[in-house]
Design a binder for this molecule. Structure first.
Ligand code: ATP
Ligand code: ATP
Ligand code: MG
Ligand code: MG
Ligand code: MG
Ligand code: MG
Ligand code: MG
Length: 298
């Protein structure tokens, strides 16, 4: 049977493909579907089950490894969500939105399910099974990406202070969820801090960093030793490039501007790919984090 009769349907698909804007940071955020219910059915401790957060973090690290060294530059997770920031040079799947989003969601979900028994050894994974949604947004500048991450971390803080107080009123104060909700209506941060300290002797500052700040995942490029055997090969390439350059103007304006040869860039990319993926619970709103780790966003 000739296929040509049917092949025209392919054009429908092509004309419906979204290519994400080149040279922008792609943020893919995934979020657990109905995790309020999922967390209840699977008996998460409230307000923060550390096993569930660690499982989210492990699934996020798996996304870094699965996609390889030059795709994700940093990820930030809180509650049932994770945001993955893709490098602006990322050309995976020709930046097709559907391919990128569906692949990240699928990798994350597959690892979440397969790693479940490691983090919940005595809780079988039953229905409702964990599923996630995903979306992609492009941000053109570092400032936009930093503001995006600040937005998520500020949200983490606001929600966690609320939830910590809400659950203290229930678990230690004997209130019903309705009573706790009413008690907290219209309260400011300082009121919640006072309720926690005054009624329950809880100093919010001493709560776990993972709960207060969420989880930051990135490649610790700075910790990688300076030279390796691969570097030797790249140095040879560097020499060749230099010889070529002596004869003619070879480097593109972009390369000249960055002051890096192609092999130097390749070497750095390799080093980055080899760098260990780390999980930290630190402030990413202030400049300090970024000043100390200039390789993450550039
Ligand atoms: P939607 O499908 O719209 O995302 P949802 O029920 O997942 O609905 P979210 O706003 O995403 O709603 O909130 C996630 C909920 O999952 C939290 O409110 C909390 O009840 C629960 N949850 C997520 N992670 C944890 C955790 N580590 N410990 C305890 N509860 C958690
Ligand atoms: P991509 O990530 O681009 O989709 P791919 O390797 O998945 O790459 P596909 O064009 O989707 O490429 O083809 C799927 C391949 O998976 C098939 O070519 C075949 O080799 C293998 N495959 C899938 N299902 C089966 C099956 N039931 N039995 C044997 N091989 C299978
Ligand atoms: Mg949601
Ligand atoms: Mg959710
Ligand atoms: Mg959520
Ligand atoms: Mg395939
Ligand atoms: Mg296929």
């Amino acid at each position: 049977m000739a296929n040509s009769k049917f092949e025209y349907v392919r054009h429908f698909e092509l004309s419906n493909t979204t290519y994400l804007l080149p040279n922008t940071y792609i943020v893919i955020r995934i979020d657990g579907r109905s995790f309020h219910r999922f967390s209840t059915v699977h008996s998460f401790t409230k307000p923060n089950d550390p096993r569930a957060l660690s499982l989210m973090n492990a699934a996020a690290v798996s996304v870094f490894h699965d996609l390889g060294g030059e795709v994700v530059s940093i990820a930030y997770g809180v509650s049932d969500e994770f945001s993955f920031i893709l490098r602006k040079e990322c050309n995976l799947f020709d930046r097709r939105e559907a391919k990128l989003v569906s692949t990240v969601v699928s990798i994350f979900t597959a690892y979440y399910v397969s790693l479940w028994p490691t983090y919940f050894p005595s809780t079988p994974l039953t229905r409702p099974l964990p599923t996630f949604d995903g979306r992609a947004v492009c941000y053109p500048t570092i400032e936009n990406v930093r503001d995006y991450l600040s937005w998520r971390q500020a949200d983490c803080h606001i929600n966690n202070l609320y939830n910590t107080t809400f659950w203290a009123l229930i678990q230690q104060g004997g209130m019903t969820p309705q009573e706790a909700e009413k008690e907290l209506m219209g309260t400011l941060a300082k009121d919640k801090n006072e309720i926690l300290f005054g009624r329950f002797g809880v100093n919010y500052n001493n709560e776990e960093e993972m709960f207060k700040k969420g989880s930051v995942v990135y490649r610790n490029y700075g910790a990688v030793p300076e030279s390796s055997s691969d570097d030797k090969v790249d140095e040879k390439e560097d020499d060749l490039e230099k010889k070529e350059a002596a004869g003619k103007e070879t480097s593109s304006p972009a390369e000249a501007q960055k002051g890096k040869s192609r092999s130097q860039q390749k070497r750095e990319a390799k080093k980055l790919a080899k760098a260990e993926v780390v999980i930290e619970h630190v402030d990413i709103i202030k400049d300090t984090f970024w000043e100390k780790r200039p390789w993450i966003l550039h």
